[in-house]
Write a protein that binds this ligand. Structure first.
Ligand code: NAD
Ligand code: SER
Length: 317
């Protein structure tokens, strides 16, 4: 039986992953954890929760032992924009936190899922249909920790036989929880502002393409990869996955199909624009499709329809 610990469970991904996994595997088998003292009221609070700072290995080990954990989904991290403002914090949480999780997993013989990111690439990477295996010289602290994390997970598999797996997520778009300090966050905020004010000022410039994905596909990616036949996995820890690639103009045009008066303006933030410029325009995710059947369900317009409907309900509009 699966007994899963999710770290960073109160973030953008964890907020939805915990609830989805509890539906599939049973509430008592999915232990949510975060550095925050308690989950917000609602579905997430209806199940086991532990306060775990991933920079404290003994806290991770204690929860793993207490619940007999055999799988860790490690989501605790500092994202790209916050990572540039607080590089030491990003290093401590992203690198030391992952090291601690892998050490505990080795001792407990638990499998580990860790998301990498499009941030693991840099300006020297081929930007269009970026190959699975290519140049990785990121220029952000977040990206450095993501490449380091991919290698560390490979190391724990090769050296210690830990069943490590992971994907390189693109920007994730969702309505349940707000994104936590990334560069792709504009693609979430734009939907809130389109509904509330019919206008949005983008900090990412026109013509800046990045890969994106709707959260239901991201949740499927995690569970499908963790259920995949290990004999078919060649890449294991850093599968390129994507669902769509767009710039702010294309996203605005999709929103305008449903809110015709929506207006997009720009006030480009040089820090986040610089980060976005260093990332690919679009990924080639053939390896994920071939090795474990990756096949996203949502394209841009399908995502826009659902985002607007869900947010209308959430915002009481
Ligand atoms: P998030 O910022 O929304 O959530 C991160 C969570 O980690 C927060 O709840 C925070 O309280 C918690 N946390 C921070 N420091 C901690 C610590 N020391 N110990 C325990 N918990 C701590 O992030 P997310 O968007 O849910 O991302 C989860 C993972 O997915 C990260 O590894 C991130 O790099 C990766 N990822 C996310 C995206 C995206 O667009 N959301 C894209 C690519 C990769
Ligand atoms: N969405 C993330 C960020 O912008 C990508 O890893 O930081």
């Amino acid at each position: 039986m699966k007994k899963v610990l999710i770290t960073g469970a109160l973030g953008q991904i964890g907020t939805e992953l915990v609830v989805a996994m509890r539906r599939t595997y049973g509430t008592a088998n999915i232990i949510a954890s975060d550095i925050q003292p308690s989950p917000p009221a609602g579905a997430l609070a209806e199940g086991p929760y532990a306060v775990v700072d991933v920079t404290a290995p003994e806290k991770i080990a204690a929860v793993v032992q207490r619940y007999g954990i055999n799988q860790i989904i490690h989501l605790a991290a500092i994202l790209s924009a916050t990572g540039e403002a607080k590089p030491k914090l990003a290093w401590d949480v992203n690198m030391c936190g992952l090291f601690n999780v892998l050490e505990v997993a080795r001792e407990a013989k638990a499998a580990v899922f860790t998301p990498s990111s499009i941030a693991a690439f840099g300006p020297g990477t081929p930007p269009d249909r970026t190959p699975q295996d290519t140049i990785q010289r990121p220029t952000t602290m977040y990206g450095v920790t993501k490449v380091g994390g991919e290698l560390l997970c490979d190391y724990y598999f090769l050296k210690h036989g830990v069943d490590t797996r992971g994907v390189r997520f693109p920007g994730l778009i969702s309505y349940a929880a707000l994104p936590g300090g990334g560069t792709t966050d504009y693609a979430v905020h734009i939907y809130y502002e389109a509904l509330k004010h019919k206008t949005y000022t983008s900090y990412i410039g026109k013509g800046t393409f990045m890969d994106m994905m709707y959260m239901p596909d991201a949740l499927d990616a995690i569970t499908q990869l963790m259920e995949a036949d290990p004999d078919r996995l060649v890449h294991r820890n850093a599968f390129n996955v994507t669902a769509m690639s767009f710039d702010p103009e294309i996203l605005a045009a999709s929103i305008r199909k449903y809110i015709p008066e929506f207006a997009l303006t720009y006030n480009v933030d040089p820090v986040r624009q610089g980060i976005a410029n260093s990332w690919p325009n679009s990924l080639d995710d053939t390896a994920a499709r071939e090795e474990w059947g990756w096949n996203p369900r949502y394209d841009l317009d399908a995502m826009t329809v659902d985002m607007l409907a869900q947010l209308k309900r959430k915002l009481g509009l």
